[in-house]
Write a protein of this length. Structure first.
Length: 224
C-alpha cells in the first residue's frame, strides 16, 4: 500500500483561501485563477486519497487527465495586435472584400474568414484590454456596423458563470420593429440572455465564439 503522507495539505490550502475570501470577498483577484486553484485543490485531495488507499489509482488518473485537458491546452498567441475601430484599415486576406452592408457581402466575410492573419485590440489602452478580435470579427463588425455587439460580449467576460476557455454567442435579429436578442452559452448551457433595440442588419442570425479571451467568427479556427 502507498505510504506517502500529504498531511491534508489540500484542506490547509482550501481553508486558507476560504478564510481570505470571507475577509476580502475575493481569492486570487482573477476569475480564471480562482477556478484553477479550486481545480488544483481537488487534485491534491484525490492524490492524498489514492496514497492513503481510500480510492483507486485510475480515479486519480482520470482527474489528472481532466485537469490537464482543461488547463494545459495550447492557447492562441496573438502577435502585436492592432487597434480595432470602425475606421481602421483591414490587413490580410479579408482586405480585398468590399465592406458593404449587404447579405451577400456579410456571408462572403463569414465564408472567407477561417484563416486568421491578424489580431486586434478593442479599446484605447492595450494593457487594459482583456479581449481581442480576429481579422474576421473585425471586418464583419466594420461591414455590419456592429462593434457594439462585440463590446457587449467583451464586457460579459467578467461574468462568474461563463467559462473562459470556450463560449458560444448568438445574435438573433428579428427585424426593424422588434428587439434583437444576444445569448451567451457555455457549450450548450445558456448563461446570458439580453434584449437590445432593433438595428439595421441584413442577417437574421449571427454566431461568434470566445476562446481564451479572443472573439472569433464561428467559421474561424484558433491560430495555435
Amino acid at each position: 500500500m502507498p505510504t506517502a503522507t500529504y498531511n491534508s495539505i489540500y484542506k490547509t490550502l482550501q481553508n486558507a483561501l476560504e478564510e481570505y475570501h470571507q475577509k476580502h470577498q475575493e481569492t486570487l483577484y482573477d476569475p480564471e485563477m480562482n477556478e484553477l486553484a479550486s481545480d488544483f485543490i481537488k487534485i491534491l485531495r484525490d492524490v492524498e486519497r489514492w496514497q492513503n488507499g481510500d480510492c483507486a489509482e485510475h480515479l486519480y488518473r482520470i482527474g489528472i487527465k481532466e485537469f490537464k485537458d482543461k488547463w494545459f491546452t495550447k492557447n492562441p498567441k496573438p502577435k502585436e495586435p492592432l487597434f480595432a475601430s470602425q475606421d481602421h484599415p483591414i490587413v490580410g486576406p479579408l482586405a480585398e472584400i468590399t465592406q458593404a452592408k449587404t447579405t451577400e457581402n456579410l456571408i462572403k466575410i463569414i465564408n472567407t474568414a477561417p484563416k486568421i492573419s491578424t489580431y486586434y485590440h478593442r479599446g484605447l489602452v492595450p494593457s487594459r484590454v482583456d479581449v481581442l478580435l480576429t481579422d474576421g470579427t473585425m471586418v464583419f463588425a466594420i461591414s455590419a456596423e456592429c462593434f457594439w455587439v462585440l463590446d457587449i460580449i467583451a464586457q460579459h467576460q467578467s461574468h462568474p458563470k461563463l467559462h473562459k476557455k470556450y463560449q458560444h454567442w448568438t445574435l438573433e435579429n428579428h427585424g426593424p420593429e422588434k428587439p434583437c436578442i444576444l445569448k451567451g452559452y457555455n457549450e450548450e448551457e445558456l448563461i446570458i440572455t439580453k434584449k437590445y433595440p432593433a438595428f439595421d442588419l441584413p442577417l437574421s442570425f449571427i454566431e461568434f465564439k470566445v476562446i481564451n479571451k479572443i472573439i472569433y467568427l464561428m467559421t474561424e479556427e484558433p491560430d495555435v
